[in-house]
Design a protein around this ligand. Structure first.
Ligand code: FES
Length: 106
């Protein structure tokens, strides 16, 4: 079972901000959207671009390369040219910090 990795302190990720962390070789982006936290793999399923270079519109992250959009709550691609969902990861808040883990292989 994958171990939890500390992403950052709770007070280090304000609403509207994100933080990218390497978790066991996966690039994981954690977003604070209106006080709620979401973790996704920071890789576009269309052609592998890093998503966090693009704008965040509500709960949508837009790929900076060709404009695909993904909902960070579900991982679903809501606008092409990507169709496959991005991976999502669990979040826990503990010891005044934000934690995530890559549970895809559990
Ligand atoms: S690489 Fe993201 S839309 Fe093409």
């Amino acid at each position: 079972m994958a171990l939890w990795t500390r992403v950052c302190g709770l007070n280090e990720l304000a609403p509207g901000e994100h933080r990218v962390t390497d978790i066991e070789g996966a690039l994981v982006a954690v977003f604070n959207i209106d006080g709620d936290f979401y973790a996704i793999e920071d890789v576009c399923t269309h052609d592998g671009a890093q998503l966090t270079g693009g704008p965040v519109i509500g709960h949508l992250i837009e790929c900076p390369r060709h404009g695909a959009q993904f909902d960070v709550r579900s991982g679903v691609a809501v606008r092409g040219p990507a169709y496959a969902p991005i991976s999502r990861f669990p979040i826990k808040l503990e010891a005044d910090a934000i934690w995530s883990r890559d549970d895809r292989w559990d």
